[in-house]
Write a protein that binds this ligand. Structure first.
Ligand code: KE4
Length: 426
């Protein structure tokens, strides 16, 4: 199906913006065709430039957990904007959001706001290195922690979609300090720590992965990582940019029952405006400038508009935690429905889910790490993606992404989605 106005807008965008987008995964590179340009959104629905209504399953890649244009969030931003948009000076609302976040998330005493998940993860690793005096980090193939150099080693999300898990421009000097392990492979991590004894500052992980599709950690793996980090004096960093304030009020630490030493946030914490954050106990965070020697800064960090959006969103989630249970039930309903109709199609598939994160993989092997995720049949995935889009269902345009359900989705929306898949021949 041709989406004429979106295609025309894409052609115009490419004259001025590389690839016509400001973030590669939006360009439909993994599924082909021109990306859909969105005009507006409300609740569970996107309204594209060709006048179509689409049921949204990416929720801006996570932030719009309450649905688009959520009243209290919009009103908070509008009212705040009338009083000025940026000062470069401390404001009370930064403390209000910091106090709320620290109160919701276990094992953190202090939090620093930045402007993206990338910045949060980059800063957390610098702090871990500065605090420990050690240089190396371990990351996992297929996990994505943003686009700072240390992480673009076998990264997930858009990096792998474009077949460039290791980006040009990342120097060997940087890459040598990033050790690579496989998700759910505790023995492999143990071997790496033994071979680099005393040199590893941190292990950074997506506690529930969302950048290889959704991948759930095996219980012994994530608990084993915790034990190993404790024994080897390595900081365990949970990258909760996706999972924070989504999987539970206290994020993945609460949902998995595993304690991290540092936690990074993005997406939901900003309510749809540019906010990232990193947090830890008071002793670790005391090493951060201006209190300590590890430098980190940002002109728009703690921006009042972004803080007002984040405060409105986290206040809703904190005061109405039943949202998390509602999302769990809705996502389970979707999972069961997709499973029911896929089972009739005689093709191999896997559905992975944790809470309101879900992904569909067209393969007959369980998807437990990057290698198994990469075995998915992308031709089938393309037919799936476009077939659903033509029926008004907007799914992530890559098999290496997760769905993010939002609270505005009705059971009718979910059943329409299931029926759309039932109608597809894959
Ligand atoms: P940002 O710099 O994009 O705000 O956050 C980077 C990041 C860090 N950690 C995790 C676990 C993440 O998922 C992300 C970003 N997520 C992608 C979606 N896979 C953002 C979408 C995009 O790149 O446009």
């Amino acid at each position: 199906m041709i989406y004429q106005r979106s295609s025309a807008l894409f052609a115009e965008a490419k004259k001025y913006i590389p690839g016509g987008v400001n973030s590669p995964v939006r360009a439909f590179g993994a599924v082909g065709g021109d990306p859909i340009f969105v005009k507006s959104a409300k609740g569970a629905y996107l309204y594209d430039e060709d006048g179509r209504q689409l049921i949204d399953y990416i929720a801006s890649w996570g932030p719009m957990i309450l649905g688009h244009a959520y009243g209290p969030v919009v009103n908070a931003v509008v009212e705040k904007a009338k009083k000025g948009t940026s000062f470069g000076m401390p404001t009370e609302i930064e403390t209000e959001l910091a106090r709320l976040a620290v109160g919701m998330v276990p094992n953190i005493d202090r939090i620093r706001f930045v402007n993206s998940g990338t910045e949060a993860c980059m800063s957390a690793v610098r702090l871990a290195r500065g605090y420990s005096g050690k240089d190396k980090i371990i990351k996992f193939a297929g996990c994505y922690h943003g686009h700072s150099d240390s992480f673009l080693i076998q990264a997930g999300s858009g990096a792998v979609t474009f077949g460039s898990p290791n980006s040009p421009g990342v120097t060997q000097g940087t890459a040598k300090d990033t050790l690579l392990a496989d998700y759910n492979d505790l023995e492999g991590v143990k071997k790496l720590t033994a071979a680099n004894k005393g040199e590893i500052a941190a292990i950074i992980i997506e506690p529930v992965a969302g950048n290889m599709g959704c991948i759930v950690p095996e219980k012994l793996f994530i608990e084993g990582l915790r034990q190993l980090c404790t024994e080897e004096n390595i900081l365990l960093i949970f990258d909760e940019v996706m999972t924070g304030f989504r999987l539970a009020r206290g994020g993945a630490q609460e949902a998995l029952g595993v304690k991290a030493d540092m936690v990074t946030f993005g997406k939901v914490i900003g309510g749809g405006l540019p906010v990232g954050a990193f947090a830890a106990n008071a002793e670790i965070m005391a090493h951060l400038a201006p209190e300590g020697p590890v430098y980190q800064a940002g002109t728009l960090s703690g921006n009042p508009l972004a803080m007002s959006a984040g405060l409105a969103m986290l206040t809703e989630l904190n005061e109405r935690p039943e949202i998390f249970d509602r999302l769990e039930k809705k996502t389970a309903h979707l999972e069961n429905g997709l499973d029911r109709v896929l089972a009739k199609k005689g093709i191999p598939y896997q559905i992975n889910r944790f809470g309101s994160m879900l992904s569909v993989h067209f393969t007959d092997v369980p998807v437990v790490d990057f290698a198994s995720s990469a075995k998915g049949n992308n031709d089938t995935f393309k037919r799936y993606f476009h077939g659903m889009l033509e029926q008004g269902i907007y799914l992530p345009p890559s098999a290496f992404e997760s769905y993010f359900l939002n609270d505005a989705l009705s059971y009718d929306d979910l059943d329409r989605t299931i029926a759309a898949l039932d109608a597809l021949s894959l």
